[in-house]
Design a binder for this molecule. Sequence first.
Ligand SMILES: Nc1nc2c(ncn2[C@@H]2O[C@H](COP(=O)(O)OP(=O)(O)O)[C@@H](O)[C@H]2O)c(=O)[nH]1
Ligand SMILES: [Mg+2]
Length: 245
Amino acid sequence: MTSKVELVSVIIPTLNEAGNILEAVTTIYKELEYPKEIIVVDGNSTDGTIEIIKDTSFCKLIIEPRRGYGIALKTGMKNAKGNIIVMVDGDGTYEVRHINRLLDRMIQKDADMVLATRMYDPNKAMGFMNFVGNKVITFFFDFFYSQFLSDTQSGFRAISHQAIDNVELNEGDMAFATEMLIKFAKEGFTMIEVPTTYKARKYGKPKLRRFKSGIEISKTILRGLLDADMFRKFQKNRQKNQLER
Ligand SMILES: Nc1nc2c(ncn2[C@@H]2O[C@H](COP(=O)(O)OP(=O)(O)O)[C@@H](O)[C@H]2O)c(=O)[nH]1
Ligand SMILES: [Mg+2]
């Protein structure tokens, strides 16, 4: 439940995003209409990302030398002071101008998490293989955990800080994003989506290793199901979420 925005902590993991990061942080700094702190968690980039962040007066820089998207986000969350956390990639692919939409919706719906879904993007900028992988993962996630999400792999999310402190997250890399959804589903937290657009990466390479991440995410989904008692709880949440749509 998030009825008020006191402070938004925007957390951006970066690993060699020198050509993308400045536009992302300046846009967020200019557009975000709520009190904010912008935290960049860098994995010891060697392409100048760190220097670019240091040159801005409005970003807090944390160096997290351990590899992994999930590890970087967890470190950022530990240092976040806001009652709401927004996580977003620093690779320029998400339309960060839409950040207020997530927060407005969060308050309006008193939600625990709002995800920016890329599935209604008219430009269809997501690569074909990523799109298919995402659809398959999302189908199984929704089916097993009784949710109605369209883009479980979205890395652009507003999250209640209190809710995230309530769940234990162990995945260190890309499966972190899915593990978070599973744990939220188990707690009966409200998760909703707002549409956004998406852009192809202009600089640098994605760190996503599709096959490896696909396996890890599938394992995370199956592991979450081992607790059979949860099924009944999910069914109850299904009814509640249906009303929230
Ligand atoms: N600090 C840190 N950031 C990372 C790491 N791996 C990926 N990132 C960042 O996390 C975000 C998502 O990664 P990306 O390569 O775009 O993955 P994709 O969007 O799934 O293809 C980007 O901003 C990356 O720079 C890491 O090991 N450490
Ligand atoms: Mg990306």
